[in-house]
Design a protein around this ligand. Structure first.
Ligand code: EPU
Length: 419
């Protein structure tokens, strides 16, 4: 097993290019099932989660081909199987995104229920409830959802909670359904808009994406599409925080500042100097980091996927801050690892009180989930007194493309070693 070793203290300088968004790429690849190909996807990040969805879809008969310009051709002419097994689904919950497209294309799907994960129970009841309303017959057998539908019909759906993959799943199920579908209290994340853009290129009739009411008129036929994935806002936010925490001066290119307004606002309050254009940021870290409270919220609020990284920043801020997590019930697992590096954090329910210290201390720590891994790497970048070793970094490889290479190019002393 590999670990990441960091000797902290370097201030990050230079330019970093953001990769395509993991959470936009996963539904885009799943959407290729809706109709035969070849579909062409640009800016697909090289990540373990993308490998996982390709492996599952290859087992169903999809064919993938990497083109010379680094785009991916996806051919789904021969989808012969409709099962996603527990072995693969348990490594990536987003496999549930195959349910909607398989039902739309084949009228049947057998997908393992994902089960809980480190950050929370994360049920998929809202996906299933919406599909039932669209006429899908659903049975749970041996931990698998066996779903079947003769004619998917449009429906008026109300999501109790705005769910990102739930909204995406039902959008994909609805594009070729009979009649209209309305998704009320839909998620508004940029990844939803990106999927809607791809589906429209395939011939779908979708309006309202990016608002909480999405209207979909079922169409008879779809066609293959060519689509470019949006930049990863969470990766960009992680580099912004890296610049803030190391008194850095970073230019972040190929990003979407309009996807990160909540983060810009908080980092400016921390003391960072931020300027941005249409697809570029420059961010200069402050000499004194001011403490700032955050509450995670669905988009356009502060993203839960940057909560752990922001907490690391607050660990060395002047004063105390309250970090409130409202999306997932167990997303403070990084706290005990940060404490091993000298952080002073008290958890009370879904709030963490972070009392800023002068410094963090290098230590061996263990990554527990994807974003927690990033928070520990940020901690390692500023830790004093030796080297920080982050183990179980397979979590990191699920969602950050070449993170340590990118940090190294900005001047960090970071490398991957055999454990
Ligand atoms: N929820 C339900 N029932 C459902 C679906 C969701 O109760 O059927 C609850 C969840 O338990 C959670 C809330 O609704 O409390 C919101 O969850 P959501 O469904 O929006 O999360 P998700 O779609 O499973 C996506 C991202 C996550 C990101 C969340 C929130 C993908 C592949 N995953 O998950 O990304 O944290 O939205 O923005 O898009 C990550 O990249 O590290 C990651 C975890």
């Amino acid at each position: 097993m590999k670990k990441i070793v960091i000797e902290g203290g370097n201030s990050l300088k230079g330019t970093v290019t953001i990769s395509g968004s993991k959470n936009a790429a996963l539904p885009a690849v799943a959407a290729c099932i809706l109709t035969g190909g070849p579909h062409i996807i640009h800016s697909l990040p090289t990540l373990r989660d993308i490998m996982t969805i390709k492996t599952i879809m290859s087992g169903m008969g999809a064919e993938f081909h990497e083109n010379e310009d680094h785009s991916l051709s996806v051919n789904t002419d021969n989808i012969i199987d409709h099962e996603a097994s527990y072995d693969l689904v348990r490594t990536m919950r987003a496999s549930i995104l195959l349910l909607g497209p398989l039902l739309a294309r084949l009228g049947k799907a057998r997908i393992s229920l994902p089960g809980g994960c480190a950050i929370g129970a994360r049920p998929v009841n809202l996906h299933l409830k919406a599909l039932s309303a669209m006429g899908v017959d659903m049975r749970l057998e041996n931990g698998y959802i066996n779903a079947e539908v003769k004619h998917m019909k449009g429906a008026n759906i109300f999501f109790d909670i705005p769910t990102v993959t739930g909204t995406e799943n039902i959008m994909m199920a609805a594009v070729t359904a009979d009649g209209s579908t309305i998704l009320n209290n839909a998620a508004k994340e940029p990844e939803i808009i990106d999927l809607a853009d791809m589906l429209r290129k395939m011939g779908a009739d979708i309006r309202g994406d990016g608002t909480d009411t999405i209207f979909i008129e079922g169409v008879k036929e779809l066609k293959p599409a060519e689509h470019s994935i949006i930049p990863d806002r969470i990766e960009a936010g992680t580099f912004m925080i890296a610049s803030a925490i190391t008194q850095g001066d970073i230019r972040i290119q190929n990003c979407r500042p309009d996807h990160l307004y909540a983060v810009i606002e908080k980092l400016r309050a921390v003391g960072a100097e931020i300027e941005y254009g249409e697809d570029v940021f420059s961010i200069k870290g402050p000499k004194i980091i001011h403490s700032v409270d955050i509450t995670t919220m669905p988009f356009p609020g502060f993203p839960t996927d940057l909560q752990a990284q922001f907490m690391t920043l607050m660990c060395i801020a002047k004063g105390s801050s309250i970090i409130e997590e409202t999306i997932f019930e167990n997303r403070f697992i990084h706290v005990s690892e940060l404490e091993r590096m000298g952080a002073d954090i008290t958890i009370n329910g879904n709030q963490a009180l972070v009392r800023g210290r002068d410094c963090l201390l290098a230590a061996p720590v263990m990554a527990t989930d994807l974003r927690a891994s990033a928070s520990l790497i940020l901690a390692g970048l500023v830790a004093v007194e030796g080297r920080t070793e982050v183990s179980r970094i397979y979590h990191l490889d699920r969602g950050y493309e070449a993170l340590e290479e990118k940090f190294r190019a900005l001047g960090a002393n970071i490398r991957r070693e055999e454990d």
